[in-house]
Ligand binder design. Structure first.
Ligand SMILES: Cc1ncc(COP(=O)(O)O)c(C=O)c1O
Length: 283
């Protein structure tokens, strides 16, 4: 399927010009976004995604997005794309100066674009370590901004090495997250995920995995870990899993090109997540 586009109040054709060349999202990456999984024509966990969109916008100093407008746009694109696997909501500073400064608040007119498109899902993930770090002290740490160039470069490196995700440390050498996923380390049956203070995104899948995993009797908790914990994964004494809106919970079966075993608790969490997600579209 091709991508279905909504912008400025209505559906658009792929060849329509929509966003102006001076949009601050385009010129300086001044914007925020969300990606939701779509099941049977409905966006998964849309309310949680909209709350995070508002938090990210506030963190950038953008006015709050209009939830009703985004929900209407979502209904429009999903209505026109019954086979969609993912929904993408982008919210930017709108037309602005060519520099990083913004127009006065009254003159700021944010841009909203909502897209529905296909998604490919794999049961397992292949990860690589990369030398770059997340800055947990960045003014945009934990915000889902459209400034994703660092992730683009790191993910290209992962693909170049035959993997589909790159795992980053933060500036103090702690395990942080992937370019588009959170990480879980399984050790002795417990699943541990870095705390938000590591600079990782507050992933919706991570949040639900913590809630649903505990409700299913699994041990899932936040814990800060050194990046070197990945050596233990290579040595086979720990396991790794990723969480993200399109992957859901996905055990890692290769690290740095070396096959590693998926952990049993990781597989169980994957199963629990899939089952709960199938039952509750907007948990
Ligand atoms: C940097 C980063 N971390 C983590 C995630 C996972 O978040 P979620 O589970 O909300 O998709 C994403 C999602 O794309 C991301 O971009």
């Amino acid at each position: 399927m091709s991508v279905v586009i909504w912008a400025e109040g209505r559906l658009r054709t792929a060849d329509e010009r929509i966003v102006t060349a001076v949009d601050h999202g385009l010129t300086v990456g001044d914007g925020v976004f969300e990606t939701c999984a779509v099941y049977g024509g409905r966006a998964f966990a849309l309310s949680r995604h909209l709350r995070r969109l508002a938090r990210s916008a506030a963190g950038l100093g953008l006015p709050a997005p209009d939830d009703d407008e985004v929900r209407a746009a979502t209904a429009a694109v999903l209505g026109a794309a019954p086979d969609a696997g993912r929904l993408r909501i982008t919210y930017t500073g709108g037309p602005g100066p060519l520099g990083s400064h913004r127009l006065p608040d009254a003159d700021q007119r944010p841009t909203i674009v909502v897209l529905a498109g296909p998604a490919t899902r794999a049961e397992a993930s292949r990860a690589v370590r990369v030398p770059w770090v997340r800055n947990e002290r960045s003014p945009v740490a934990g915000l889902k901004t459209t400034s994703y160039a660092e992730n683009v470069v790191a993910l290209a490196e992962a693909y170049r090495r035959g993997a589909d995700e790159a795992i980053l440390a933060n500036t103090v050498g702690e395990l942080c997250e992937g370019t588009g996923s959170n990480v879980l380390v399984e050790r002795d049956g417990a699943l541990l995920t870095p705390p938000l203070a590591s600079g990782c995104l507050a992933g919706i899948t991570r949040e639900l995995a913590l809630e649903w995993g505990r409700e299913a009797g699994l041990t899932v908790r936040e814990e800060s870990m050194p990046y070197e914990v990945l050596d233990d994964v290579l040595a086979g004494v720990a396991h790794l899993a990723l969480s993200g809106s399109i992957r859901n919970v996905s055990p890692v079966v290769a690290l740095d090109g070396v096959d590693v075993k998926a952990g049993e608790a990781s597989r169980e969490l994957q199963r629990v997540f899939q089952q709960r997600a199938a039952d509750e579209i907007d948990p």
